[in-house]
Ligand binder design. Structure first.
Ligand SMILES: [Zn+2]
Length: 272
């Protein structure tokens, strides 16, 4: 399995499986037509998303960034646990899990057969994401939020007493959340810096790479605040392109790690 070194940390993408998406998930019809043109230039595989979680080892920690789908999306996915096994990493050896946001394809792997899948791990959640699921009255939530409220609260209950709500402070040496709200209200990237090197785990900043790098303004139905999502996307894509920062995306093409390059007015993904 391919790994990447960022100073003291070794980062390994864990492939969870292929997740089919659909143009129907683009509510704006003119955007949908534009996306259709972009997809037809690539081929139908453009709509099959990779799902990745990332293993980060170093500084005495065994950290996961997201956990894949677990049992939530059918037997073709949920392979993060097999990938950990292949690497010889016992679930009980995982010390921390950094969540980019609380959607099923990211938290599904937290659920074990009979309790939490990672019995010794602390769960790190950005304060805005936690506030959405703990503090917002159900009546004040957008419909999409209300739909996922009960399953998310069930998962969080599994980790009761081990949940760490964070802002942008360092959670481990050189690792901190970098908020990128919009897809969810508390969606966050995770920045890893060590010995002058760095990597940014993007979460769902880019959803369908063949569409969103070319037309970042195209929103999906699960973007809770599309305007804010676009702002976050442009700000961070410009930054990682300018600074030549290595990125790791939950739904980027294999191997999920690479660089963002400028391509005229838009962007391109260069796998590494
Ligand atoms: Zn996702």
């Amino acid at each position: 399995m391919k790994s990447y070194r960022v100073g003291q940390y070794e980062i390994t993408p864990l492939f969870d499986g292929p997740l089919p998406s659909s143009l129907e998930k683009i509510p704006d019809l003119s955007h949908r037509a534009e996306a259709e043109r972009l997809v037809s230039a690539v081929g139908p595989h453009a709509l099959i998303l990779e799902v990745y979680a990332f293993l980060v080892r170093g500084e005495g920690q065994t950290i996961l960034i997201d956990t894949g789908t677990g049992n939530l999306k059918g037997p073709a996915l949920g392979k993060v646990s097999n990938e950990l096994q292949r690497l010889g990493v016992e679930p009980s050896a995982v010390t921390a899990i950094l969540m980019t946001h609380l959607h099923g394809d990211h938290y599904g792997g937290l659920i074990g057969e009979d309790g939490p899948a990672f019995i010794n791990a602390k769960l790190f959640i950005h304060e805005k994401e936690a506030a959405f699921f703990y503090d917002v009255a159900e009546a004040d939530m957008p419909e999409r939020g209300r739909k996922i409220l009960a399953p998310v609260r069930d998962v969080l209950k599994l980790y009761e007493g081990k949940i760490q709500i964070v802002g942008t402070e360092e959670v481990f040496a050189g690792i901190n959340a970098l908020p990128a709200p919009g897809h969810s209200y508390g969606h966050t990237c995770w920045h890893i810096r060590s010995q002058g090197q760095s990597m940014l785990a993007l979460g769902d900043l880019i959803h369908i790479s063949y569409i969103h790098l070319k037309a970042p303004y195209i929103a999906m139905e699960y973007d809770l605040d599309p305007k804010q999502a676009l702002g976050s996307r442009l700000r961070i894509l410009n930054w990682v392109a300018d600074e030549d920062i290595l990125i790791a995306g939950a739904h980027l093409p294999s191997p999920g790690v690479g660089k963002i390059k400028r391509d005229g007015n838009c962007f391109a993904f260069e796998a590494q």
